[in-house]
Design a binder for this molecule. Structure first.
Ligand code: COA
Length: 153
């Protein structure tokens, strides 16, 4: 059975592995994935500074979303679905969770620095293009930046 719940702090290591396994879905090589590891590592501090929601499939982590809210702005930091479950609606469910959380907290906009291969997914979720951001992992790499107007729904 698939359920959605907040992540537990004892899942930090499993969440980090989920992020790496999911990111690798796009076919990045080992050197690229190694450069991403630090940014994709969930630490104890993440549980203090952000909200993390998981999709739990019979006790296994099928997906996760991480959301940071600062005043009127929310940032969807991470949205990662395990490759075994891509295309099954988990990404949409976690995106919609983030929208609800951000809106309930009073944020007006949610921003996303997307993997280039995931940008079309966010556009499908009605996010709009809003420039580009420098990657935190790969020097000189730019990522599509998108925004979702939380007043829109
Ligand atoms: C991007 C990602 C989170 C999408 O999650 P998902 O569970 O596969 O998406 P869903 O099944 O909920 O898809 C919802 C809709 O978006 C569409 N969609 C999903 N991925 C898409 C993509 N890469 N490009 C275009 N459309 C996409 C689906 O077709 C579906 O459309 P529908 O409403 O017409 O049925 C997932 O592919 C993933 O984790 N990828 C690897 C890691 C990654 O890049 N994460 C994002 C980092 S910014």
């Amino acid at each position: 059975m698939l359920t959605y719940r907040p992540a537990r702090s004892d899942e930090a290591s499993a969440l980090s592995e989920l992020c790496m396994t999911s990111k690798a879905y796009w076919g990045y090589d080992a050197a690229f994935m190694g450069a991403c590891r630090a940014e994709l590592t969930i630490t104890a501090a993440d549980f203090e500074s952000s909200q993390i929601q998981v999709a739990d499939k019979g006790g296994k982590l099928a997906g996760m979303a991480q959301l940071q809210i600062e005043g009127a702005t929310a940032e969807l930091d991470k949205l990662y679905v395990h490759p075994n479950f891509i295309g099954a609606g988990i990404g949409r469910a976690l995106f919609e969770w983030a929208v609800r959380q951000a809106r309930d907290a009073g944020a007006k906009v949610m921003t996303i620095d997307a993997d280039p291969d995931a940008a079309a997914f966010y556009r499908r979720m009605d996010a709009v293009d809003d420039g580009a951001s420098l990657s935190g992992s790969i020097p000189g790499r730019f990522l599509p930046r998108l925004r979702f107007d939380l007043g829109a729904l």
